[in-house]
Write a protein that binds this ligand. Structure first.
Ligand code: AMP
Ligand code: GLY
Length: 423
């Protein structure tokens, strides 16, 4: 079977790596891919939001499975666009259709879904430019800090957490009237602040109420040590999460995962693909912070390597609606990943820096993200490479990743030295 992976990050490198290990994978294509994926298959230049272009490539290369990595093509309806071509009716597409991708595409849609299905989440209200004053009055009824979320996709930057009431009111105006996040902040969700420790759960849903629970992870989003400074796409991750014990697992399954999977079927939302539950463990139990309709990055770089079951078997079972009949084998060891980023990221940074010291490490896999092959491997993005290792515990795994990181360098390279510090 030929497989096409769409995307260019560490997530797509890790997925491609696992797919390439399957006996069932004949040819692997990655669009657009990066310097890392180039050694696993063929990188191809496709506009991954254009269903006609992707569909033509699928037909010309007898692709059996398309894995859609990032959210943008899911939210813009790539799956629907591919399936609109009758000759692609047998194509296996990993990733939901547009109607279901709204779980990530609109925070207001996700909130309404959770309320409708009794899924624990923060209390909220949604406002538009016509209800700015009501929004500001609503802020007065809440305790700080205030949580303001742009409704639409904002590349992980659309959430503001603000201590001061006046500043929150001003930011609400900036978002609604001055389009701080463009169209994404035409609507703004204001929600109750939840305190607790965050973690992420992943499932592969088959669209018929069946799902496979994948390993959980904890990611580290802030740029600075001790979880300080600006939010990033993610600076590192650990799996498994030690506090995700049987009691929390059972509660999460009963109160969040099952009602979500059943809710999708009840609401007629066609969902075959990865479901990412961004959760927070509060003193009143786990609650949903957000849904994503794809795998997380860098969570994928610890979750997918732990899966020992053939990933193509999982995708086929997903497509057949029989995923709950498959037992997912998981490596019980701890996986840790540390992301090397460009100097200045998540603010502005330079690209095109030569990366020195890359080699096949014995105990560490380097998943490329923002890299490009131009005679040498050079940087081409903010998040450059994720260093994943296994160990008997997180200290053991992390020590291997940090040892490999010490051998690799590029001008301005930065990484967090405290991944896992709070576990
Ligand atoms: P999101 O893009 O929805 O994942 O939000 C980004 C980050 O903001 C989350 O990872 C949380 O750390 C934080 N956050 C979002 N919503 C809340 C909330 N209701 N209470 C506390 N923190 C939140
Ligand atoms: N690491 C968070 C995300 O992928 O959204």
């Amino acid at each position: 079977m030929n497989v096409l992976v769409l995307g260019s990050g560490g997530r797509e490198h890790a997925l491609s790596h696992k797919i390439s290990q399957s006996n069932r994978c004949e040819k692997l294509f990655i669009a657009p891919g990066n310097a890392g994926t180039a050694s696993l298959g063929e990188n191809v230049n496709l506009n991954i939001e254009d269903a006609i272009e992707v569909g033509a490539f699928v037909k010309a290369n007898a692709i059996g499975i398309v894995v859609i990595g990032p959210e943008a093509p899911l939210v813009s309806g790539l799956h629907d666009g591919l399936k609109a071509d009758p000759s692609l009716s047998d194509l296996v597409v990993v990733g939901p259709r547009q109607a279901a991708a709204e779980l990530e595409g609109s925070k207001d849609f996700a909130k309404k879904f959770m309320i409708r299905h009794n899924i624990p989440t923060a209390a909220y209200e949604t406002f538009t430019k016509d209800t700015l004053e009501q929004g500001q009055a609503f802020l007065e009824t809440l305790d700080p800090p205030y949580v303001l979320k742009a409704d639409g996709l904002a590349a992980g930057k659309g959430v503001l957490i603000i201590e001061d009431l006046q500043e929150a009111k001003d930011e609400l105006k900036n978002m609604l009237i001055d389009a701080k996040f463009g169209d994404a902040s035409t609507r703004v969700v204001i929600e109750e602040f939840l305190s607790g420790i965050e973690f992420s759960i992943f499932a592969l849903a088959d669209g018929h109420g069946g799902y496979a629970l994948l390993p959980e992870a904890k990611d580290y989003k802030r740029i600075g040590e001790g979880d300080t400074g600006l939010n990033t796409g993610g600076m590192g991750a650990i799996s498994p999460v030690p506090f995700f014990d049987d009691a929390l697992r059972n509660r999460t399954i009963q109160e969040i995962i099952e009602p979500t999977i059943k809710g999708l079927v009840k609401d007629n939302l066609p969902y075959q693909g990865f479901v990412f539950f961004g959760l927070i463990n509060t003193d009143r139990g786990p609650k949903v912070i957000e849904y994503n309709v794809r795998m997380g990055d860098p969570e994928t770089e610890v979750v997918i390597p732990r899966i020992q079951t053939d990933i193509i078997d999982l995708f086929i079972a997903m497509d057949n609606g029989t995923i709950d009949q498959i037992k997912v084998d998981v490596n019980p060891q701890t996986a840790a990943t540390v992301m090397a980023v460009s100097g200045g990221y998540p603010g502005s940074y330079e690209k095109g820096k030569v990366i020195d010291g890359l080699r096949d490490f014995e105990q560490t896999t380097v998943y490329h993200a923002g890299t490009k092959l131009q005679d040498k491997v050079i940087t081409s993005g903010g998040r450059v490479m994720a260093f994943t290792s296994f160990g008997v515990d997180k200290e053991d795994a992390l020590s291997k990743s940090y040892a490999a990181l010490k051998e690799v360098s590029f001008e301005g390279m930065n990484y967090r030295k405290d991944i896992g510090f709070d576990l």
